[in-house]
Design a protein around this ligand. Structure first.
Ligand code: ADP
Ligand code: MG
Length: 701
């Protein structure tokens, strides 16, 4: 069947090559279908036509009907404007244009009826309407279609500059529907399905979203379109997970053996929190299930994920498998290595470190041990992904702070075996649970939602840069108590020279402020060995102050550090600030986080700083972050663009609908496990069509 909606938009009336180009480039609209899926973002009630004598300044957008009596260009150059005197019999008003003057002037006709739409404003004590939308009534026989709920479409700058108004798009949408007289828009969901989930037909939904009968119909149309969008993404994710679990059997770690028990009974330095115990149970259940584990472990900074990782690895060892931890930076890998070795003490477990700095003989020895199976636990950076790393019996991979790892890197790890290892992904970027399941596809989610006992929450203060004395006093008093301090400077790109200069100058300045103290400096451009050296010295307490870029953002654990000063804190995102703050408050003492900024702050910055001062709850902060930034830029999930790149649904705002759509997808897979019920034909076909969109996402684990 010929699909009329796949026609190019250039065949629409009044759409020349120049406009086609703009639609292609700015909105990725090529076909009529694309155009139909370009939805209005709001509606205006235009059922009323005002008289000019009724207009007042405070009115929102209004509509008047009358004629232009006179047009005048005023001013020169950039200040040029076009003024028109508009008369409706009840009074006169001035219409004013600042942009696109030539185009408007050419188009407008004197002494003919127009419907004018715009917002009244007062200028020089008289009411004007600036940049109004003008509709020539002689060209629009059906004025009724203009005076109801009208869609408003988003416009880009180049659209505005070439005279494409919201009204133009509206007319194009109308023209698409006009082409459909003898045919219907093909349904993408079965009728029975629509009934079951209370969804209107696709064609009605598309009609109502552009040309609504009333606001209630808009809501119903949105429900249908959002549901469909969410449903297909969820179906794809769940379908993929289902196929994979059928294809791959997971290793069964049935035993809790000597190593785990010895550690638990003799080496565990503290009692596990209830949350840690619960998570261990969830992990053990996965490991013994016969299915491959793909679990996301979320826990706020300092919640104690490392010990969970270690105990999980010991289970792997007890069952005869090797395990690895992959960390995003050398510093973190080193730190994990040190922690794991320290915790295991004299236990008979061979732990090795593999990073870029470990070379030559030492490297070869590690690699040999991995291949022969003598190395039980391998800890490293992405060096672990290299082809030369060949495990004898690879059973478990733990990925720390996963947001630094891209999708492809994880896929590489996965391919190291014929059978995929169990995978535990640990992250301190808290994501609301319902969101996590969509962002990370089929990863099961565990949450450590409890901090170890005795922690005092970090006191967070916002200081302006002119209260340096106060700051210096606070730092000095902490250091006099034997504590240490971090100063962090923003560094957006490690290569940005000016930022590095900030750090260098900052370092000099801080040395000057504290001439009696030992101050060290750390940044991403230093050699790995140098960085490690500085970090080790700081850990041993040989420096009082560490001046650093965000290289210390993730995971660094120096319990004696009790004060964190974030310079130009307005330049950091909320997630990053929360991570940075997590570097202090790791010991029993009261810790401080000082957010330092200048006085000139944007509204969003102020809100971010307030959020930080007000709360230390990572989940709350993550939600505020989403509200401030919108889900499209949720830190660490850039690779999951598909989820956020939806046309109409919003995974945050439409969370209820998301859960419903996910439920529908689960139900479908359950009732049609072989994917061959004729009733669902439409769905499976549609899924194949959409599949290419989400395939990247499903490869995440
Ligand atoms: P994160 O979740 O940020 O990786 P870590 O695993 O580094 O946190 O743990 C933070 C600190 O808390 C470490 O010093 C660790 O030894 C300690 N810790 C972890 N669990 C407990 C517990 N149950 N009781 C007391 N201290 C704990
Ligand atoms: Mg950690």
């Amino acid at each position: 069947m010929y699909d009329i909606l796949s026609q190019d938009v250039m065949y629409l009336h009044g759409v020349g090559p120049k406009r086609v180009k703009i639609f292609n480039k700015d909105l990725e609209i090529f076909s009529l279908r694309d155009l139909l899926y370009y939805f209005p973002y709001r509606y205006i009630d235009r059922s009323r036509i005002y008289q000019i004598c009724e207009l007042e300044e405070e009115m929102p957008y209004v509509q008047i009907r009358g004629q232009i009596k006179l047009m005048n260009e005023i001013g020169i150059g950039r200040k040029k404007r076009l003024e028109a005197i508009f008369d409706d019999g009840s009074g006169i008003i001035k219409l004013v244009w600042f942009g696109g003057i030539n185009y408007v002037k050419k188009k407008l006709q004197l002494h003919t009826d127009y419907l004018v739409f715009g917002k009244p404003t007062v200028f020089n004590h008289e009411i004007n309407v600036t940049q109004p939308e003008m509709t020539l009534l002689s060209k629009t026989p059906n004025i009724d279609s203009l005076t109801k709920l009208r869609p408003v479409y988003r416009l880009t700058e180049s659209m505005k500059n070439s005279g494409i108004t919201s009204g133009v798009i509206e007319q194009m949408e109308r023209d698409v529907f006009a082409k459909l007289t003898n045919t219907h828009i093909p349904e993408t969901l079965p009728e029975s399905f629509c009934k079951k989930y209370d969804l209107m037909s696709l064609e009605n939904a598309l009609r109502e979203i552009h040309f609504p009968s009333d606001m209630r119909m808009v809501e119903l149309a949105e429900r249908r379109l959002k549901f469909e969008e969410l449903f297909y993404v969820q179906l794809d994710i769940l379908n993929y997970a289902d196929q994979r679990s059928k294809k791959y059997k997971g290793f069964v770690f049935s035993k809790i053996g000597d190593r785990f028990m010895t550690f638990y009974n003799e080496h565990l330095p503290f009692e596990l929190t209830n949350a840690q115990k619960r998570v261990m149970k969830e992990i053990r259940r996965d490991l013994g299930s016969g299915l491959q584990m793909n679990r996301l472990l979320q826990g706020d900074v300092g919640s104690g994920k490392t010990i969970v990782a270690l105990m999980t690895m010991l289970i792997a060892l007890d069952n005869g498998y090797q395990a690895c931890i992959m960390a995003p930076t050398e510093i973190l890998a080193e730190q994990h290595f040190a922690t794991v070795k320290r915790m295991l003490g004299d236990m008979d477990v061979r732990v090795e470190l593999l990073t870029g700095v470990i070379q030559g003989k030492r490297r070869n020895k590690v690699l040999e041990g991995v291949t022969s199976g003598e190395v039980d636990i391998l800890i490293g950076t992405h060096a672990l992904l290299g082809d030369i790393v060949n495990f004898k019996n690879f059973g478990l991979a733990i990925i720390d702070e996963q947001h630094r790892f891209g999708v492809e890197q994880r896929a590489k790890l996965w391919k190291k075996n014929d059978s995929p290892p169990h995978i535990l992904v640990m992250t301190a970027t808290p994501i609301p649970r319902t969101l996590a399941m969509t962002v990370y596809g089929d990863l099961a989610v565990s949450v450590i939602d409890e901090l170890p006992p005795g922690r005092k929450s970090v006191k967070t203060l916002h200081y302006y840069d002119d209260s340096e004395d106060k700051l210096v006093n606070l730092v000095r008093s902490e250091i006099e108590k034997g504590r240490q301090a971090y100063y962090v400077f923003p560094l957006i790109e490690e290569s940005e020279k000016s930022d590095l200069l900030d750090l260098e100058n900052g370092f000099k300045h801080i040395c000057m402020l504290f001439p009696e103290l030992k101050v060290a400096k750390l940044h991403g451009r230093m050699k790995e060995a140098e960085k490690n050296e500085v970090m080790d010295c700081f850990k041993r307490g040989e420096f009082h102050i560490l001046v650093s870029t965000t290289v210390i953002e993730v995971g660094v654990d120096v319990p004696n550090a009790s004060i964190m000063i974030v310079m130009n804190a307005n330049r950091f995102g909320l997630a990053q600030l929360h991570q940075l703050r997590g570097r202090v408050g790791r010991g029993a003492q009261q810790s401080y986080c000082i957010l330092q900024t200048g006085h000139k702050l944007s509204e969003v910055s102020v809100k971010r700083l307030e959020t930080m001062v007000e709360s230390t709850d990572g989940f709350y902060i993550a939600e505020e972050d989403l509200k401030l930034r919108g889900p499209g830029v949720l830190e660490g999930t850039q690779q999951s663009g598909v989820i956020f790149d939806m046309k109409i649904a919003n995974v945050i705002k439409d969370n209820g609908l998301l859960i419903e759509a996910r439920g529908a997808a689960m139900e479908l897979l359950k009732t049609d496990p072989d994917r061959n019920l004729p009733a669902n034909d439409v769905i499976w076909k549609q899924m194949l069509r959409k599949h290419k969109l989400t395939v990247d996402l499903s490869n995440i684990s």
